[in-house]
Write a protein that binds this ligand. Structure first.
Ligand SMILES: NC(=O)C1=CN([C@@H]2O[C@H](COP(=O)(O)OP(=O)(O)OC[C@H]3O[C@@H](n4cnc5c(N)ncnc54)[C@H](OP(=O)(O)O)[C@@H]3O)[C@@H](O)[C@H]2O)C=CC1
Ligand SMILES: O=C(O)C1=NCCCC1
Length: 339
């Protein structure tokens, strides 16, 4: 069903569109499947900036030659609680898929484990990865740098990436506690969508090249984005640069942008994912303590506040029942990639 402004697709149709576009542009079949899963999940959960819009971004990156269309991830079993996957310059999704079974086994054996993805191109949200780990009853944390687009608090020159931090905690039922946010005031994808729609952005998202506040999306994209929470977001963003950059032998956001060299590709570098097994500290008592944690969530929702991911989970239920609604201009731009 279509109207003039949006196109409604089932999730199967979104997956078919994604496969067709990615295959048409030379991505190898196992990468097509892994990337498609992420894109469908983003659209399904009504994350407009990280759903089918990312097909435009992925194809642009493929065209720049800054991502390998077919590199096979290489798993390195570094230590009892450490595993590293070299993505070989390809998109991160397949490397994560190959590494995560090792991460889970190691976390369950040691109580805590870490997975480093190296040399990968990351264009996505982190919550799909978090949900994969949390589904195993583990607590999860994931971080990745991006490109140097964000000024540190008190400065005005882009240095940090939009550097997301995502966290997950297992809960009874299908919907774990998950938050996943950029350490910039908003993800860059949101500003890009405002630019596409010709809409102004709120003050506080970005500044122009002289460091002056702007509500113009294109001006902020060309100037500098701002961190959330002033110096606190700035420090968290620094942490992401460090622990998913030099700590795992990979690029900072400034290095990623230099590697891009003006091509306009997605960020290149590393991602760090940590998994903690509650049974590691607690043994058989873990279930009781995990149950006790529910009081924290009840304390939030009990006063009318919402949990992070609630909007997403509600969107998921809607999309599974009645499909997704894509702006027609975006749909047309994606279809044009098949020409
Ligand atoms: N790969 C990369 O390099 C990058 C990826 N990203 C991705 O961009 C995405 C969007 O980031 P960002 O713009 O910061 O996200 P948002 O600010 O939209 O949301 C951040 C988190 O806060 C939750 N949240 C939002 N509003 C509320 C509220 N009122 N009460 C409680 N929780 C709330 C969201 O849940 P809900 O979703 O349910 O609204 C979400 O978990 C992330 O998924 C991130 O991984 C961002 C930067 C770089
Ligand atoms: O929206 C963002 O910010 C990003 N998303 C995916 C990767 C680059 C940054």
């Amino acid at each position: 069903m279509t109207d003039t402004d949006t196109v409604t697709l089932t999730l199967d149709e979104v997956a078919a569109l994604s496969r067709a576009v990615l295959t048409r542009h030379g991505l190898a079949p196992d990468h097509v499947e892994a990337v498609t899963e992420t894109i469908v999940a983003g659209e399904r959960d009504e994350c407009a900036a990280h759903g089918v819009y990312r097909l435009l971004v992925c194809i642009n990156t493929l065209k720049t030659g800054k991502v390998s269309p077919d590199a096979q991830p290489v798993v390195d079993d570094v230590a009892p609680a450490l595993v590293r996957v070299d993505a070989g310059g390809a998109f991160a999704q397949l490397a994560f898929k190959r590494g995560v079974p090792h991460l889970i086994t190691k976390a369950k054996a040691s109580g805590i484990a870490a997975l480093a993805l190296n040399n990968c191109v990351h264009f996505a949200a982190l919550w799909p990865e978090i949900e994969t780990v949390v589904a195993e009853g583990l607590v999860a944390l994931a971080v990745t740098p991006s490109h140097a687009w964000v000024a540190p608090a008190g400065g005005r020159k882009p240095l940090f990436g939009t550097n997301p931090i995502a966290f997950g905690w297992p809960r009874p039922g299908p919907f774990p506690y998950v938050f996943d946010f950029a350490t910039s005031a908003v993800a860059r994808g949101e500003i890009e969508l405002h630019r596409r729609a010709g809409k102004p952005i709120p003050e506080g998202w970005g500044v122009d090249g002289d460091g002056q506040p702007t509500t113009d999306a294109a001006t902020a994209l060309a100037g500098a984005m701002l961190t959330f929470g002033g110096h606190k977001g700035s420090a968290l963003s620094t942490m992401v640069e460090l622990i998913a950059g030099p700590l795992i032998g990979d690029m900072t956001s400034a290095e990623s942008l230099a590697f891009d060299d003006g091509a306009g590709s997605s960020p290149y570098g590393g991602e760090l994912i940590v998994a903690i097994d509650p049974a590691g500290f607690l043994g058989a008592a873990a279930a009781d303590h995990i149950a006790r944690a529910e009081a924290v969530f009840d304390g939030i929702t009990g006063q009318g506040a919402r949990l992070p991911s609630q909007r997403r989970y509600e969107g998921r239920v809607r999309s599974l029942a009645s499909g997704v609604h894509i702006p027609r201009a975006l749909y047309d731009d994606i279809r044009a990639l098949l020409d």
